[in-house]
Design a protein around this ligand. Structure first.
Ligand SMILES: [Zn+2]
Length: 500
């Protein structure tokens, strides 16, 4: 994710009263251990420090099959069927799924009707018979998926001028479909969308079929790589799909409002060269396709949804954004396909691995293509770093999100503050070792999940150095350590920062 730069301050997303209510909701949704069968249904989590209610213990999802029927208006819910194939890692009397917005009509487990109730932001399913550890289960939920937000919870579906898009990061995929909503449980996705005549639907991965029946069309897409729930994308709109070829014949497809296709083309045609540039830095593009989804919506951010990054159309059509800057934002979301998508964070505290690297390649692209020196950007970041750490925590131990604000963990400490830690690492171990580390990271953990400790371990392995003390200061220190090679750089004390 990257917040869209704005001349005016971004619009407030929540009123104070909403914030209080959402805080109470979050506080109640604590993770607890697996319950005895007689205990009341309770929300569970996988123990994420920043989002304790996300994910559920006891199973590992292998595949999601999502079916949405769009009614042709954003004011009514979509009818949906979500089928989850999962492997049990404990014996389960109940199966908790994350799902908090929408009406559930029925649930089946392995084809048999199951009872269900909600607890916090969980849908708690009780199968007829307990499920043994080490077995496959198939849970089918018939439900609605509502693009109209609750008063307290915003996100998931994004209503655009001509339909819908999706923005689930970090914790709102479960407002759209029942799931194990944590990036540590990646799975394969099949996504089907039925929409009335005149609409086009596109989702992550490649198309596998289009069925026209009467006035409705059903599009089916399938991922060829595992994906986290936060990266799911479904676009429904009066759209045109533009196709071109990337490096080694990679299929590139962009989804644009039909009326804007010509004026967006000068931007869209840049993607193949940007992919080639990233491949030159870190190795092969990790997925089966890429492209930009140009949403006619005021999201306030861009988002690296897997294989199809979501952009605010206005970023490209409003004058005032310098071309080099928009280019670097395109590269930011592209870099996430390696850093954050192919290699997912183990916990949300590892978010700096996503955003720090995406910011790194954003800045490196600006340096190489637009003569915006990395060193100047990093010196400025160094100056602000102590202030960012005071406001948001150190890069690898970010402060908890502000209640009710899903994107409030996306603070400068995990963007330029984390890119600064990568710059320090390059200064410390030298450019050749740093570049080997970057390639090794996305190769070793491709299609996987990795943590900050994994990154530290690999950096030590590649550099042949003990780096525990170095990373402790740069990733977890309250104060920014001295910059290797730049002992003169100074960070302004937080109390000296001008009041915002
Ligand atoms: Zn980002």
């Amino acid at each position: 994710m990257l917040l869209t730069p704005r001349t005016p301050a971004p619009r407030a997303r929540f009123t104070p009263s909403r914030r209080r209510k959402a805080g109470a909701l979050l506080a109640s949704a604590v993770s607890v251990c697996l319950l005895a069968a007689s205990a009341p249904a309770a929300p569970l989590g996988v123990g994420d420090r920043l989002f304790p209610h996300l994910g559920n213990p006891g199973y590992d999802v292998a595949a999601y099959d999502l079916s949405f029927t769009y009614p042709g208006t954003n004011s009514k819910p979509l009818q949906a069927v979500t089928t989850i194939d999962a492997w049990t890692t404990a014996s389960l009397d109940r199966v908790n799924l994350d799902f908090a917005h929408g009406k559930v009509d029925s649930v089946e487990v392995d084809g048999e009707p199951a009872t269900f109730t909600s607890a916090g932001e969980d849908l708690v399913v009780t199968p007829e018979d307990p499920l043994p550890e080490g077995s496959w289960m198939r849970v089918t939920v018939r439900h609605t998926s509502d693009p109209v937000s609750d008063e307290d919870r915003e996100g998931g579906w994004v209503r655009t001028a001509d339909g819908l898009a999706m923005a689930n990061q970090a914790d709102v995929a479960h407002l759209v479909f029942p799931c194990n909503d944590h990036p540590s449980d990646k799975a394969m996705f099949t996504i089907r969308v039925t929409a009335p005549k005149g609409y086009t639907a596109v989702a992550n991965g490649l198309p596998t079929g289009v069925d026209r029946a009467g006035r409705a069309t059903t599009w089916t897409y399938r991922t060829q790589h595992p994906m986290a729930t936060e990266l799911a994308q479904v676009s429904i709109g009066r759209s045109t799909v533009l196709r071109r070829s990337g490096p080694h014949g990679l299929p590139v497809r962009d989804v644009v409002p039909t009326k804007d296709r010509e004026r967006l083309e000068p931007w869209l045609k840049k993607t193949p060269d940007q992919i080639a540039w990233m491949e030159g830095k870190v190795g092969p593009y990790p997925f089966e396709t890429y492209g930009l989804l140009m949403a006619d919506a005021d999201t306030g951010f861009e988002l690296e949804t897997q294989t199809l990054s979501l952009f605010e159309k206005n970023l490209f059509t409003e004058p005032g954004y310098p071309e080099w800057h928009v280019d670097s934002i395109m590269v930011h979301e592209l870099a996430h396909q390696w850093f954050g998508n192919s290699v997912s964070p183990r916990t949300w505290s590892d978010l700096w691995l996503n955003e720090g690297h995406a910011t790194w390649y954003e800045a490196l692209y600006a340096e190489e293509k637009a003569e915006r020196p990395m060193e100047a950007r990093m010196k400025a970041a160094y100056g602000a770093s102590d202030r960012w750490r005071a406001a948001g925590g150190p890069p690898a131990a970010p402060k908890v999100p502000d209640p009710g604000q899903k994107i409030s963990i996306f603070r400068p400490n995990v963007y330029d503050g984390a890119a600064l830690a990568l710059y320090a690492l390059r200064q410390e171990i030298g450019r050749p070792a740093f570049e080997r580390l970057e390639r090794a990271w996305v190769t070793r953990h491709r299609d996987g999940v990795a943590s900050t400790a994994d990154f530290v371990g690999l950096a030590e392995e590649i550099s042949g150095r003990e780096l525990g003390g170095f990373f402790e200061g740069w990733l977890y220190g309250e104060k920014t350590p001295p910059m290797p090679g730049h002992p003169d750089w100074k960070s302004a004390a937080p109390q000296q920062a001008p009041a915002k």
